[in-house]
Write a protein that binds this ligand. Structure first.
Ligand code: GLC
Length: 522
């Protein structure tokens, strides 16, 4: 039943975007008849990757609307034949960099329309602002009263059919980030200023900005609501979601129109300031900070507490002391009362660099860490999604003994070439492209030969993942984006944000966390 509710068919969509003259005109204007050439156009691996990417394109009513997750259906398609919002991001960027804009615009509009579907699980209605994690195209349903005519259908998954029934919190954020990327790539605000896009952004962010019982500016999430989309012990305040939340808020500030969004923009800016302060002070870990936490006093009460979350130093796992270099640092996986998850997650750290959630020094430190711990974080195939893998006890508790997430496999310490573009972009932003070049060279040794695998297993990422798909679109698109970024670093402007002075928190001291009345000024 839930599936029916999230369906968009010819019947209820026909006249909206695709047949709307205005829309068709803008789509045509956005179309670049001659894709931009790159110097890699003669490179065989690059050519092959583009061929695969083009084969993965999904069409709806004659329009390209996205790319499917993987072309490999040898082991049963499951949902790999769907267009995943998060997976489409590198595909979209590759198309934008090549000057092929239409597919991105169509994707943004179709997913926006799907957002309005009624969605729910059993009798529980899901929030209006939710963006689907994925959607699929179905052809030729027989229509009642007209058995001859088929109907093209888009079916969205908001979590009601996903394994574990978890909503993808990251989808809405990626959608806003992509709308911003499209606007940057084209210099054209006519799409983002359309009332439905303005409304879509507000719907997504209203869910996140709603006041509740929170005592922190971070966003409380269920496990499995991001790229690691199964139970992995990342419930609470996972870095991936916080960094994407931050970036989406910043993109929304650029895109929202002042006239009817002024109050909304002010709410976002206040949240950004608080979030910046919180993330930079409590999620950041380097040698010095580790030493501070190691010596924390516990059971502190009142506003003057240093160990605000009452982290028990004995809960620091042994591996962190060996892992932490003298030079380097990173945003840890999660911080909540009495619980710090010290694991490294690459996506959150790269998005922190790209969005300027990380200060310049923090960005440099993250790349220092990658260099210092190359064997662990890059190994033989870039890049480790998380480090280290959970031990057997942690695995049974945190993943619920998930056979897909065993030690050094899949999300639990597996290596994902699809993340290469994020690191490349982060390296270029920090002025250290040579690190990305090294990682890309590693990927080039195997990716095409292994048929563009989804992920690799093992401590060094040597083994093709146990349940990995071939021809995984984000591995293909991630490679293309990395190459194009390195060749033309100005493409970075599509996806990276410079630091915004307005949201820069003032120097962090203990007293700044006191309520104003205790600080002695009005
Ligand atoms: C896997 C990944 C997820 C991705 C999906 C489709 O479940 O963990 O992040 O979106 O496959 O490729």
């Amino acid at each position: 039943m839930a599936e029916d509710q999230s369906v968009v068919t010819n019947e209820n969509f026909d006249s909206s975007e695709a047949n709307d003259d205005k829309c068709t005109r803008t789509l045509d204007a956005a179309k670049t008849p001659h894709p931009r050439p790159t110097s890699f156009d003669q490179n065989l691996m690059f050519i092959e990757a583009w061929e695969h990417l083009r084969r993965s394109v999904v069409y709806y009513k004659g329009q390209a609307v996205g790319t499917m997750a993987a072309l490999d259906n040898a082991s049963g398609a499951l949902n790999y034949d769907q267009v995943f919002v998060r997976d489409f991001v590198p595909s979209a960027l590759a198309h934008l960099m090549k000057g092929e804009l239409e597919i991105v615009k169509n994707f943004l509009l179709r997913t926006l329309h799907l957002q309005l579907s009624v969605k729910g699980i059993d009798r529980f209605a899901l929030g209006q602002g939710l963006m689907s994690a994925s959607f699929k195209f179905l052809h030729s349903f027989k229509v009642l009263h007209n058995p001859v005519r088929g109907v093209d259908t888009l079916i969205a998954d908001f979590g009601e059919t996903a394994i574990g029934r978890v909503a993808g919190v990251d989808s809405g954020f990626w959608w806003i980030i992509l709308l911003h990327a499209y606007t940057r790539a084209t210099g054209d605000y006519s799409l983002s200023h359309r009332p439905e896009c303005q409304n879509g952004m507000k719907l997504i962010l209203s869910v996140c900005l709603a006041e509740g019982f929170d005592t922190f500016p971070t966003l409380l999430c269920a496990d499995g609501c991001g790229m690691a989309d199964r139970r992995m012990g990342v419930y609470g305040y996972p870095i991936e979601i916080q960094a994407l939340f931050f970036m989406a808020l910043r993109c929304a500030v650029h895109l929202l129109q002042e006239d009817d969004g002024k109050e909304f923009i002010m709410r976002i800016e206040k949240r950004l300031q608080a979030l910046t302060y919180h993330m930079r002070s409590y999620f950041w870990l380097d040698f010095q900070q580790l030493n501070n936490i190691y010596r924390y006093k516990t059971e502190e009460y009142s506003h003057t507490a240093v160990n605000k979350f009452n982290v028990i130093p004995d809960s620091i796992p042994d591996w962190v002391f060996d892992f932490m270099p003298m030079k380097g640092g990173y945003f840890i996986a999660n911080v909540s009362p009495a619980r710090m998850d010290f694991r490294w997650f690459v996506l959150g750290n790269c998005v922190a660099i790209l969005s300027s959630l990380a200060t310049h020094n923090q960005s440099m430190a993250i790349l220092d860490l990658i260099e210092e711990r190359w064997g662990e974080l890059v190994g033989k195939m870039p890049l480790k999604l998380s480090y280290p893998a959970l031990d057997i006890h942690g695995w049974s508790i945190e993943t619920g003994s998930d056979p897909k997430n065993t030690r050094w496999s899949y999300h639990n310490g597996g290596s994902w070439p699809g993340l290469l573009w994020l690191v490349t972009a982060a390296c270029i932003k920090t002025g250290r492209p040579e690190i990305a070049r090294k990682a890309i060279e590693l990927a080039e040794q195997r990716l095409s030969k292994d048929d563009w695998q989804e992920y690799y297993d093992g401590k060094e990422g040597c083994y093709v993942g146990k349940q990995s798909r071939r021809l995984q679109t984000c591995s293909i698109a991630g490679y293309l984006v990395s190459k194009m970024l390195l060749e033309e670093p100005s493409h970075l402007g599509i996806i990276a944000l410079e630091e915004d002075e307005k949201i820069k928190p003032t120097t962090i001291t203990r007293s700044t966390t006191l309520p104003t009345k205790f600080r002695g000024y009005p």
